[in-house]
Structures are given as structure tokens and as C-alpha cells.
Design a protein around this ligand. Sequence first.
Ligand SMILES: *Cc1c(COP(=O)(O)O)cnc(C)c1O
Length: 460
Amino acid sequence: MTDELFKQLPKMDQLINSPQLEGWSQVFPKQTIKDLCNQVLQETRQKIVHNEIDEVNILAIITEVDQKLEGKNQPSLKQVVNATGTVLHTNLGRSLISESIIKKLHTTSMHYSNLEYDIPEGRRGSRYDHVEELICELTGCEAALIVNNNAAGVMLLLSALLPNKEILVSRGELVEIGGSFRIPDVIESVGATLKEVGATNKTHLADYQRAISEETGAILRVHTSNYKIVGFADKPDDSDLVKLAHNHNIPAFNDLGSGSLLDLQEIGLPYEPTVSDTVKAGFDVVTFSGDKLLGGPQAGILVGKKEYIDQLKKHPLLRALRVDKFTIAALEYVLMEYRNPKTVFEKVLPLKLLSQSQECLEEKAMSLQESIQNIGKGYQTKLVAGNSQVGGGAYPGVKLPTTLVEVNHDSLSESVLERRLRLSKNHIIARISDGKIQFDVRTLIGDDIDRIADTLADII
Ligand SMILES: *Cc1c(COP(=O)(O)O)cnc(C)c1O
């Protein structure tokens, strides 16, 4: 019987030249297709040996190879539907950039540019010049520099200006952000020494004062991006801290993390110092991210006094942290939107998602609920009030009121539903709470509502 089945196994040519697989030779090298055929044939042989099958189904073998090739032909970086409501979701790609801005990048990609060319002078220019003036205009700083991300910005700042020196940081600000970026480790890694100041909940100006010595290189303030110390807690004002540093002839730096260009109280968020406020307080260098609240591409932006930024521009590490032309172009176009306060909340997508009105969220929720009810198939839905998060290390603990569409099914558990939604071709990432799936409509954009409804209909 086993021998009989082995004889029925198709030949390689028969598989490769079958109508179903033939087309793949336009996409993959022949060897890749052969390897996958061999893999499926080998699996079939194993099944024969273990008496798991009693006939060889050639069509099934071809279909399996076809599916494997199809899988291989998909990009690894996929579109997903963010139904979590977290606007700056680091795992899901953080900031979105609007179509009108991305369209402008076509020119950058398909034409040569003056990336490092000084047109008036007809000679080599600097890629760092392009957005500097605009950043200065928007933040009130003297000079600015762009690097890969804010983590790189902090590394560059500390390694260029402070090796072998002590850096004073409050014990309340020894932050760890995702991806093992920890302030104490970063300071150590650049060869500087961390000097902890004050207590976790309270650090007074006098604590900084006492800690200053001959060895002190700078005072570093770090935004507590992803946690909040509440209760019996205090820290000196930015401007008092800067004055203290300057009275001792040392610089004061601020890792702002998210760093908003706008005061977001206007859309109902609590006050956080903006980049301009922080520059105005007198910090010598302030660093922040391009793809958090700013709403641009991944980048780290350093702003501050010219004498310090100029030193950073000359540091050899900068070459390793330099940004490409797409980052520069996207950042420039996003920043230009900030010149118009009337349209910035429409054009910069994270700001748009954060500033949606309750009516707008309710409307979206009702539309999703209706689409799901139309499916039938055993789904029950309910609208409930809930909260979204800003995310991306911004406004920790702040709850943004939103409307959730809660879904459960007659016979499928919430964990099975969640898994099927996630693994479906639309890759829908939802929340689970109280035995129900929850879709937070805040982060649903474009045709996401249709995608969710179509997927729910498909997965039963
Ligand atoms: C997010 C964050 C960083 C890292 O910024 P990336 O742009 O993600 O590299 C550094 N410091 C603070 C305080 C942050 O919030």
C-alpha cells in the first residue's frame, strides 16, 4: 500500500507546469518554487509513512504549494485596522501622515533634489539646512537639527556634549520607554555618569543645587512620558531649573519625548509644556520625536541654542544618525501645515484623530453598529461609553472619552473572535473587555468600518 502511494506522488515537472503554479515563475526564481514543491512532497511522504492518508491528492498538493507561494508573495509589513483607539500606537506604526502630504513625496522620490546642494551658490550644501528655519519659526529656537529618532537625538546630545561628565537627573525622571531605552543606561553608554537627584516623588531645586559640583556637565530634565507620579509629588519649574544651571555655568537639557508644537488644551487635553514653552524657559537643547504628537515621520528633532546645535552638527556620530530625503521632505510638509492654525487639526492626522467631537465618534459608532447588525449570523452589538488613549508616550493616564462598539457572538468566544479578526486578511486589532470584543471608533479611518463588517461576515 505504501509503495503504491509513493508511486502516485507527482513528478516535479508536473507540479511546476500545472496551470495553477505556472504563473509563479514570473514572480519567483524557479529554485524557490522547486524548493516549496519539494517541501510539500516531503510532508506528503511523511504522511504516507505514518499511514495518515490513503490516497495521493495531486490537486491538494498543488493548492498547498500555491498557498505557500501566495504567503511568500505578501509583504511582511502589512496594513492593519487599529480598533484599539490608541492614536499613537507604537506597535501599530505610531503617527499617520495624510494623503495630501504623502502625495507631495512623489516629487522627492521621482526627481533629483537639492538635498545636499546649495542652489544659489552652486556648490555642496547641507541636508540639515532644509527644515531648520521652519523649525525655528515654529518653536522660537535659534537652531535645530534632525536625526533618525528621539532616542538617537538624546544619544547624540549626551555623547557630543557630556562624555566623562556628571549629568544630574531627578529620581522621578529616570524613565524607561519601550525598546529598552532607559535614561540611566543611555547616560552610562555614552561614558557619562548619572547623578541621581532628590526622591522619586519629590525633587526640590535645593536638591539640584546641592548636587552641583566641579564634575557636573549638565542638568537633564526628562519628560515622564509613560507614567505619572500623583499625590505627594513636586518638581521645580522649568525656568527655575534652567536659571539654577545657568547660574552655575552649566547647560540645561530637556528630553521632551512627545513634544507637541501646539497647546492641546484647545482640544480638551490637560496642559503640557509645548516645545516653544520649553525653549522659552531657556533650555539649551530640547529633544522630541517626529512621529509622536507632532504627527510626522519617524525622526528626532533637537532644538535650542546655536552654540550647542553647532557642536552637534560637527560630531562624527551624526553621520550614523542622519535622516534620508523622505524624512526631510515629509517633515517639512507636515511642519508647513502648522503655519495655518485653522487647518492644522484637519491636515495633521494624529491631531485630527485626537480632536474628533463626541458627535462625530457617536456617528462613526452607529454606522459600524448598523453594518454589523446587517450581517446577522449571530452577532449582538451594543454602543457603550469608553475611553481612548493618546499613546506614544504622551499624556499618560489621560482618558479621552469615546464610543465603543461592543460585539459578542452566540456561539464563538471573544478570544476566538479576536484571533480570527487579527488573522483575517484585514488584520483587525480590537480590544477585549468583559467577555466582549470592543471596537474603539476613534482610530478607524478610511474604509475601516467596511473592513470590520466584511471581516465579521467572513469569519463565521
Ligand atoms: C518616546 C521617547 C523617547 C524616544 O523617542 P523615539 O522617537 O521613539 O526614539 C525618548 N525619550 C522620551 C522621554 C520619550 O517619550
